[in-house]
Design a protein around this ligand. Structure first.
Ligand code: 9NY
Ligand code: NDP
Length: 470
């Protein structure tokens, strides 16, 4: 009998960010392993043209939920969507809903965040810091609350090289920043942002660090834990390998390389590629929820969910495996033959950007224009190069994250829980994982049919001159 699965039975669980990448996998695993849980409240912001129920249906009618629909046929009834906007006061939750949440919630998983690297500091502070503070305030009024699990990022302290499972202070108190945002106008925020951020590379990592400080300062009597995943990738094992549904992190780069747009990227091939599968993150998250509620550690424990110190893989090895998978399973409608290089030399990168990215895009646009179609390749290429410039910081450095708490937790689990809620990355075979990842990008993100592989290979052969273009 799984102690973790039994623990969630009968519980009322509140999840923020449930419509996001991690949130969906969290709901899926919870409902599959604990179909007798009472209810999952999800805070969902209304989106134009979609009712809340439509948003929920869109999620649970996907392939990701195929298995769980069998185990838990009344899935719809288990998930209760609550209209909420984390950018608003009291999250714009109705009085009745708020009353229900306050009186019934047993566990909170706080996943919502803005993960855009270049978000305006005001917006990033609002969602990643102020909303966390507000949620903690709500949590402090929940008599039945057993645990509050905050999802942060391993890169919240990316200004350091060695990172322990502790909270490091930022130079300016988050409360001061929250208050200042009330009366600073955008021009002042823009001017002061670089000074506040210091050696943090973007507003995302900086505000996630502030969010952790808020959690520490506002924890009061709450039972809190923080999870810090590194670069979250496609599923490793569950509910099936390779599931992924957005362009964040490496996903967009895999698409760009597979379609032949991306030819070179400034990266250190020997730098550790600290990827972590999303199902591993969720297994750890559920185990932490159980441990925090049942064992009530005296202080807030932080858990690093990283792969680098237990089972390292570098960008060079990962890139080679991505490319060799393209040989077997090419993407459809490739612009050129998939081939890309990691290079640490800035001059070489400028050269390849001109010769292999900008020039072919311009030539293709001229061809589109001459044939009466709308030129679009230069715009797409500029967007890609901008995205790469945002990711470069993370692929040219290595970090060391200690994992004492995560390893301690692993040893606390029963053999059955270690199997059902496996977060031991030492068992991960990188080559197999990357192959499934690329396959998953093709199937679940690009929605390409495997039956189209011969045609995709044919397409590459047909465009022979383009195949060998730089
Ligand atoms: C030795 C030889 C070997 C050779 C090998 C060679 C092999 C080569 C093969 C490749 C190997 C693989 C490894 C590669 C390295 C990967 C490194 C990953 C590091 C990740 C570190 C993460 C660390 C932290 C982790 C965390 O803790 S958090 C999660 C991370 N957070 C993010 O990843 C958000 C990023 N994004 C943004 O920050 C914004 O997106 C923004 C980009 C500013 C755009 O912003 P903007 O220009 O405004 O555009 P959007 O409106 O956003 O989008 C507008 C349009 O572009 C689309 N589009 C949005 N994005 C992307 C994207 N990426 N890629 C592509 N398209 C995208 C979107 O669909 C929309 O399309 P449309 O709908 O118009 O058709
Ligand atoms: N993905 C990764 O590589 C990593 C992620 N993390 C952390 O994991 C957590 C989840 O990330 P991930 O799932 O990738 O992110 P996503 O961008 O996929 O999901 C973000 C979620 O937050 C919700 N949200 C955003 N703004 C609001 C708002 N104003 N009100 C209500 N909900 C809102 C989104 O809702 P909507 O659908 O309406 O947009 C969505 O459900 C974050 O805390 C992130 O920092 C940490 C390390 C790496």
């Amino acid at each position: 009998m799984s102690m973790i699965a039994a623990f969630y039975g009968g519980k009322s669980i509140l999840i923020t960010g449930a419509t996001g990448f991690l949130g969906k996998v969290l709901i899926e695993k919870l409902c599959r392993t604990s179909p007798d849980l009472k209810v999952i409240y999800i805070l969902v912001r209304p989106k134009a043209g979609h009712t809340l129920q439509q948003r929920v249906s869109q999620i649970i009618n996907t392939k990701l939920f195929e298995k769980v629909r069998e185990v838990c046929p009344n899935l719809h009834e288990k998930i209760r969507a609550i209209s909420a906007d984390l950018n608003q006061n009291d999250f714009a939750i109705s009085k009745e809903d708020m009353q229900e949440l306050l009186s019934c919630t047993n566990i909170i998983f706080h996943c919502a965040a803005t993960v855009r690297f270049d978000d305006h500091l005001r917006h990033a502070v609002q969602l990643n810091v102020t909303a966390t503070q507000q949620l903690l305030f709500m949590a402090s009024q929940m008599p039945k609350l057993e645990a509050f699990i905050h999802i942060s990022t391993a890169f919240s302290n990316c200004n350091l090289k060695h990172i322990d499972e502790v909270i490091y202070p930022c130079s300016v108190e988050p409360k001061k920043i929250i208050d200042s945002m009330e009366w600073w106008d955008d021009a002042i925020v823009d001017e002061i942002a670089p000074k506040l951020m210091g050696d943090w590379p973007n507003t995302y990592t900086y505000t996630k660090a502030l969010g952790e400080m808020v959690v520490q300062q506002e924890s009061g009597n709450l039972n809190i834990a923080i999870i810090r995943p590194s670069i979250v990738g496609a599923t490793w094992q569950e509910p099936f390998p390779g599931w992924v549904d957005n362009l964040n992190g490496p996903n967009g780069m895999i698409v760009a390389a597979g379609r032949g747009f991306l030819r070179a990227i400034r990266a250190s091939p020997l730098a550790v590629a600290d990827l972590i599968p999303v199902d591993t993150v969720i297994n750890l998250t559920l185990a932490v929820g159980w441990y925090t509620a049942v064992h009530r550690p005296k202080s807030t424990l932080i858990y690093h969910c990283t792969s680098g110190n237990l089972n390292p893989c570098n960008w060079g090895k990962m890139g080679c495996q991505v490319l060799s998978t393209f040989e077997k399973i090419p993407f459809e409608k490739a612009f050129r033959r998939p081939h890309a290089d990691f290079t640490a030399n800035t001059i070489t990168v400028h050269y390849w950007n001109a010769v292999s990215h900008r020039a072919p895009a311009m030539i293709y646009d001229i061809y589109l224009w001459l044939t009466g179609r709308k030129p679009r390749m230069t715009k797409l290429m500029n967007r890609l190069l901008r995205t790469i410039s945002m990711l470069e910081y993370f692929i040219n450095r290595s970090w060391e994250w200690s994992t004492y708490n995560t390893e301690m937790l692993m040893s606390e689990l029963s053999p059955e829980d270690q199997r059902i809620f496996n977060f031991d990355v030492r068992q991960l075979n990188w080559l197999e994982y990357i192959e499934n990842y690329v396959l998953g990008v093709k199937k679940y993100l690009l929605k390409e049919d495997m039956a189209g592989i011969p045609e995709a290979k044919q397409h590459l052969r047909r465009s022979f001159p383009v195949y060998y273009a730089p």
